[in-house]
Design a binder for this molecule. Structure first.
Ligand SMILES: Nc1ncnc2c1ncn2[C@@H]1O[C@H](COP(=O)(O)OP(=O)(O)O)[C@@H](O)[C@H]1O
Ligand SMILES: [Mg+2]
Length: 609
């Protein structure tokens, strides 16, 4: 998506935002500047001291009584260098760690706030790349680049001052080359940048592809797509190689060219300097030690110029990273609370639960329109009224809109038109945090966090006692599963809970929803991966858990649906039939057909198994 951003221009607004983050470390920056200024001062003073040494010991009147004094000078310089080099490596390292950390935190916070729709549109690989490689790269370039830059500026100014003080006529030669180098590097930078940008784009495709292949590894195997995927990946890698080599060649040309310009400068200084030494120019004479000092300074002079231009080149390279990170940090979640709502209830990261009203559980969809995108509406003028404590079952074909209805109720998405009332008030009048803290939701594809089973249940209610955790597990019959595991509830579930089967994951996430004691409970095909035997067992639990709460259950199995107070048959986003099990059977309509076809099969399955 944002890879398409035009990064050939230097965008100061992006850097201003990054700078704002770094400037929070004022003291670190100030110490870095001081240290680098000292380094530059030493760098500039050393050739001067050298040239003085030559005069004192090898000049016309050598004075050896000064030898210890000069030795001391050099020892002091060496010690100072040691201290300064240690300090700047330490400071830059610290700034790098801080910056990477800060960027990751800011992006992470934003990721927490973004709504479902963002994750629909955005590849996990893309986000991972922002969190890992972009933030690292940016931090590295900023901190070490800053060192180069400060040192470069200080050294350049120091040398120029020394050159002009010593012999301004020769200093002019050096000065004349500065604009040439700056202009050349600015122009050439663009070329390098473009090449670099192409590499990054391919790299992000490769990351995406990796990610796809991890997440879809099993699917790939069952569909025997390995060959196709391999071929696509090989093409991508080939592309990457080609573009990387091209970018490498382009940046390899850069520094030698600068060096050529620099050595032209050194050559000219030689030529004219020697001329001055030999008195070629109207009797203006300099001594050999001054010429050596000049040559020293001239050679030294181009290093900081190159450093500075490299700093800008790297900044431009990193601009793509910076823009992507800033774009992520600045992405506005689609679903946010209004300011007046935040004032009362707080925002997601700083909630004010003391102001939360008790959620009773009356629910009303009032003329709700909804579509995921411009392509069309999934729900059109959808109306539904449910009293608190009612259990509602949604049945219907895949794609008919069942999940959409419950996702709207959870405010993972909001109606495009119309309103959803909870306890008689549009739910947008209260905070997302308020709703979600009263909501238990078990997904079709359960997700557990890396950690133990206990940790995962505690995500539902962080101050739950161990008894509450055990009770929740017992209600959903997960205690049986837990008992079989080596470490009981302290068993690590692995990343995404992948050490457990989907059915087990579902039971744990069910327990996690229940421990919260939510007013609204939503089970979206939550039992689809649980085997029939276990389901019969937890059916009893579901019935118990449903008491006193508004429950929405999306399920295929008759046993889960049959006891619901209200069954809705959903077709193409509309309520086709509504009523209790017996009412709907008596209708002899869609539900009756479904019942006959699907539920009877299920019964037969049960009998066979
Ligand atoms: N995140 C999404 N983005 C775009 N379209 C979606 C998204 N989720 C579901 N849909 C579409 O909305 C319709 C209803 O889907 P859904 O509510 O998931 O059905 P069900 O849960 O009944 O199987 C389907 O046509 C589906 O393709
Ligand atoms: Mg669904």
């Amino acid at each position: 998506m944002d890879d398409e951003l035009d990064v050939s221009k230097f965008s100061s607004s992006v850097w201003k935002k990054i700078l704002k983050i770094i400037l929070k470390q004022k003291w670190l920056l100030i110490s870095m500047m001081l240290v680098m200024a000292c380094v530059a001062l030493l760098d500039v003073l050393t050739p001067y001291l050298m040239s003085k040494t030559i005069v004192v010991f090898f000049g016309e009147n050598p004075d050896f009584s000064l030898k210890y004094q000069y030795l001391l000078y050099f020892v002091i310089i060496a010690v100072l260098y040691m201290i300064l080099i240690f300090s700047f490596i330490y400071l830059a390292g610290k700034l790098e760690v801080y910056t990477a950390d800060k960027l990751r935190q800011e992006t992470f916070v934003r990721l927490q706030e973004l709504s479902f729709s963002y994750y629909d549109k955005t590849q996990a690989g893309w986000i991972m790349a922002r969190l890992t490689s972009d933030s690292r790269k940016l931090a590295e370039i900023i901190s070490w680049g800053m060192i180069d830059f400060i040192w470069g500026l200080a050294t350049m100014s120091g040398i120029l001052v020394m050159l002009y003080i010593t012999f301004w006529r020769l200093a002019l030669i050096v000065t004349a080359l500065v604009p040439i180098i700056l202009i050349f590097s600015t122009l050439y930078r663009k070329v390098m940048l473009n090449a670099q940008r192409k590499v990054r784009k391919t790299n992000s495709q490769i990351t995406g592809s990796f990610n796809e292949s991890f997440l879809g590894a099993k699917t790939t195997k069952t569909l025997v797509l390995e060959d196709k995927q391999n071929k696509e990946f090989t093409d991508l890698c080939f592309d990457m190689k080609k573009k990387s080599v091209r970018a490498a060649v382009k940046s390899a040309i850069f520094f030698p060219t600068i060096l050529i310009i620099a050595y032209i400068g050194v050559g000219l200084t030689y030529r004219f300097g020697a001329g001055f030494v030999m008195g070629e120019f109207a009797g203006l004479i300099i001594t050999a030690d001054v010429l050596f000092l000049f040559l020293d300074y001239t050679t030294m002079f181009f290093e900081p110029v190159m450093n500075i231009s490299r700093f800008f080149a790297e900044l431009q390279q990193a601009q793509a990273s910076a823009e992507r990170i800033v774009s992520l940090i600045e992405t506005k979640p689609d679903i946010v609370d209004r300011d007046d709502v935040i004032k009362i209830y707080g925002d997601i990261l700083n909630p004010k639960p003391e102001n939360y009203e008790k959620l009773i559980g009356d629910i009303e969809f009032n003329h709700v329109d909804f579509g995921y995108n411009e392509k069309g509406l999934i729900l059109k003028d959808f109306n539904l009224k449910v009293k608190a404590g009612t259990s509602v079952a949604l049945v219907g074909a895949t794609g008919s809109g069942k999940s959409t209805i419950v996702n709207l109720l959870c405010r993972f998405y909001e109606p495009t038109k119309g309103e959803i009332l909870i306890d008689g008030k549009d739910y947008r009048n209260r905070s997302i945090g308020w709703l979600h803290s009263n909501l238990g939701y078990v997904l079709q594809t359960p997700h557990l966090f890396n950690g133990s089973i206990k940790d995962n249940v505690l995500y539902g209610k962080k101050d739950a006692t161990i008894e509450e955790v055990m009770e929740a597990l017992r209600i959903v019959r997960a205690d049986e599963v837990v008992k079989k595991l080596d470490d009981g509830i302290d068993t690590q579930v692995g990343e995404g809970g992948n050490k457990l089967s989907i059915g087990e994951k579902q039971l744990i996430s069910f327990a996690r929803a229940i421990v919260k004691d939510p007013s609204i409970l939503i089970l979206d095909e939550a039992t689809s991966s649980i085997d029939t035997e276990t389901e019969v067992l937890i059916q009893d639990a579901i019935n118990k858990v449903m008491k006193g709460r508004t429950t929405f259950i999306v399920a295929h199995r008759l046993s889960t649906i049959i006891n619901s107070d209200l069954i809705l048959v959903i077709m193409d986003g509309e309520i086709k039939e509504a009523g209790t099990h017996s009412e709907l059977l008596a209708l002899k309509g869609e539900y009756y057909n479904l019942y006959k076809n699907q539920f009877i099969n299920e019964k037969m399955d049960n009998m066979i198994s």
